[in-house]
Design a protein around this ligand. Structure first.
Ligand code: SF4
Length: 418
């Protein structure tokens, strides 16, 4: 694989943030596998944690060398996100090692947003001070529900009370930006149960809330329960009622909905996830990590042992240090070029997930092509349906459009990618 830095032609025309990156570090360990989960995460493999962290540190250093800017300076990094899996299974020393390595490999902003995902059932409260001292300044807690029966049904390893205790411990440790993840449209979840969950979440005064509609993913225990009729999915109308209730309740409580699934108090939007929605560059490292960088998408090997072996081999192959263009692939197993047409469609689709929508001026400057000349034909059959609105040079979904966002997104893709 040869990774070239993005070109800086017409730099004054381009969004300067396009030349920066966000860094995602995947921690694939979990105490138990939740019944609905299809993430690249593994229970019972914590014994590999030391080796894994060492490999991840090596991969960060390799990626930092590959991603140097055109003057071979470390590339600017604005956000770091420890996702999983369960990153709260790392020790504070391991978090510190990974962050120190990232700071050496990249030019990490002094005020970078650094998020760590935490499972309330796998978070040692007495270690939170030490985690905060590493520079982690945002916690994202997988609460999912405050209903004890639903938590058990999902295979979660914590109770509602443990969510509250973990949250308060994180506040005491000085975390001033905390997200709670919640899931709605769970089988057996009534509107009333959902409302109670929202109230218990709001009582904690989180800075950010992510609300996800349950998706039945193939290969999960939940999928087979649904397949054989043991579990019935929540119907679309009930799911929409839960979502619309949440929109009203969170809006009334002072949270701004800035993305289809995300709400924040002022000043607490997730900068890392905004990188994805604005289709800017990110480098995703660790088992199964994927990157969007210099017009390409790279995906790492998913199994933990395979990942570790590939990084080790890659490090051996890179000694003595190679030239930029011939540096090894780390643990990359898929390397795809993203055509300009597909990238434009993805930028439009992701941007329309945001309440602000997409800036038509920024879009034209980025691609040297206007939005409407590119997409008018593809959107022709829905233009009269009042799904999109243009306000002061920004294009966004209308309230009606948000209900059928996938219909709009599908039309934006080039015909071969639909
Ligand atoms: S804790 Fe998160 S990553 Fe781990 S199994 Fe559950 S949902 Fe998946």
């Amino acid at each position: 694989m040869s990774v070239q830095p993005p070109m800086l032609q017409d730099a004054d025309q381009r969004d300067p943030l396009l030349e920066t990156i966000s860094l995602y570090l995947h921690i694939p360990f979990c105490h138990a596998k939740c019944h609905y989960c299809d993430f690249n995460s593994y229970a019972g493999m914590l014994g590999l944690r030391e080796q894994y962290v060492a490999a991840l540190a090596e991969e960060i250093a390799l990626a930092g060398r590959r991603a140097r800017d055109e003057q071979t300076r470390p590339r600017r990094c604005r956000t770091i996100f420890f996702g999983g899996g369960t990153p709260s299974l790392l020790t504070a020393e391991q978090v510190a090692l990974l962050l120190d390595t990232a700071r050496e490999a990249f030019a990490v902003d002094a005020d970078a947003e650094i998020t760590l995902e935490a499972n309330p059932g796998a978070l040692e409260h007495e270690r939170l001070d030490a985690v905060r001292a590493t520079g982690v300044n945002r916690l994202s807690m997988g609460a999912q529900s405050f209903d004890p029966a639903l938590l058990r049904w999902m295979g979660r390893i914590h109770t509602p009370d443990e969510i509250e205790t973990a949250f308060l411990a994180a506040r005491s440790a000085g975390f001033t930006s905390i997200n709670l993840d919640l899931i709605f449209a769970l089988p057996g979840q009534t509107q009333r149960i959902w409302e109670t969950t929202l109230e218990r979440a709001l009582a904690l005064e989180p800075d950010h809330l992510s609300l996800y509609n349950l998706i039945v993913e193939e290969g999960t225990p939940l999928f087979s329960w649904v397949e054989r009729g043991a579990v019935r999915e929540v119907d679309e109308d009930s799911a929409a009622d839960m979502y619309e209730y949440a929109q009203r309740r969170l809006g009334g409580a002072g949270y701004e909905q800035y993305e289809i699934s995300n709400w924040a108090r002022p000043g607490h939007t997730c900068q890392h996830n905004l990188t994805y929605w604005r289709n800017q560059s990110w480098i995703g490292l660790g088992a199964g990590g994927s990157s969007f960088y210099a017009g390409r998408r790279f995906t790492n090997a998913r199994p933990i042992r395979d990942y570790i072996a590939r990084v080790r081999a890659s490090v051996r192959a890179s000694e003595p240090q190679s030239e930029l263009a011939s540096l090894p692939a780390g643990a990359v197993v898929i390397d795809e070029a993203i055509s300009r047409d597909l990238e434009m469609a993805e930028t439009a689709m992701l941007g329309l997930r945001l309440a602000e929508g997409i800036s038509l001026t920024a879009f034209s400057a980025r691609y040297d092509a206007g939005f409407w000349p590119t997409f008018a034909e593809r959107l022709d059959d829905i233009r009269a349906l009042d799904l999109l609105e243009e306000v002061d040079g920004w294009l966004r979904l209308t309230a009606r459009g948000r209900m059928v966002g996938n219909e709009v997104f599908a039309r934006l893709l080039p015909s071969g990618d639909r």
